[in-house]
Design a protein around this ligand. Structure first.
Ligand SMILES: *Cc1c(COP(=O)(O)O)cnc(C)c1O
Length: 229
């Protein structure tokens, strides 16, 4: 069995290699370790190997783990990357540092209202449905700026960038098209909102492609923690 530390090292090497191929600095690309469905002991193992950013998809599961870990490991940064319903915004506003999956004004407003005043504003990325498929989460490309404007008017939430899950198994041409559209949108958003610095895209299967198209944060689960049941 390969250890979590070895798999983390291997993922870091993949990122470094991809950055080099894209003539980018490896320091521009953060690694978010996606620990959904995995036990707190796996998170601790990754932490002890130097990992600090962790991504979770399910509010209740995340709440249990964060309660277990946050006292002893206060420098873990928790990122929510799952679908977010309005009845869960209060918990998310209390326990997470980031939300990657923002797609509705109402959710943005609630996160800002429910963020405790003694905490820094919660960081958010707008999730974009690049391929515009009905079944996919995220806003359409032409809706991004409107949602960004709404977020910018709120006090306790900070717009940091865009997030996407490109279509899987579509072939190289379609994958490149989607990533280049996402990158163009990210560049446009940065011009309007200078604090925008995060393009959250790339997973275990496709991180090399994502880094080529400007990803600043890859979200890696199975390549670090093993397959999920
Ligand atoms: C599960 C998940 C990941 C990690 O996927 P892997 O293929 O296991 O690397 C990344 N992003 C999101 C939004 C996820 O739900």
């Amino acid at each position: 069995m390969t250890s979590i530390k070895n798999k983390l090292d291997h993922s870091q090497k993949r990122i470094a290699h991809a950055a080099k191929n894209a003539s980018r600095s490896v320091n521009e690309i953060a690694l978010l370790a996606v620990s959904k469905t995995k036990p707190s002991s796996d998170i601790i193992e990754a932490y002890q190997a130097g990992q600090r950013l962790f991504g979770e998809n399910y509010v209740q599961e995340a709440e249990t783990k964060i309660n277990e870990l946050s006292k002893q490991y206060p420098d873990i940064e928790w990122h929510f990357i799952g679908p977010l319903q309005s009845n869960k915004t209060k918990t998310v506003a209390h326990i997470f540092n980031w939300v990657h999956t923002l797609e509705r004004e109402k959710i943005a407003t609630r996160l800002s209202q429910q963020r405790p005043k003694d905490q820094a504003p919660i960081n958010v990325c707008i999730q974009v449905n690049i391929s515009a498929e009905d079944t996919k989460s995220g806003v359409l490309q032409n809706e991004v700026i409107t949602l960004a404007k709404h977020i910018d008017g709120l006090n306790n939430i900070q717009l940091r960038g865009l997030m996407a899950i490109p279509s899987a198994n579509v072939g190289e041409a379609q994958a490149r098209l989607e990533l280049s559209q996402l990158q163009a949108l990210f560049i446009k958003l940065k011009v309007i909102y200078p604090q925008v610095d995060t393009l959250s895209v790339g997973m275990s299967q496709d991180l090399e492609f994502a880094v080529e198209y400007g990803s600043t944060m890859v979200r890696i689960g199975s390549a670090i923690f093993g397959a999920r049941k």
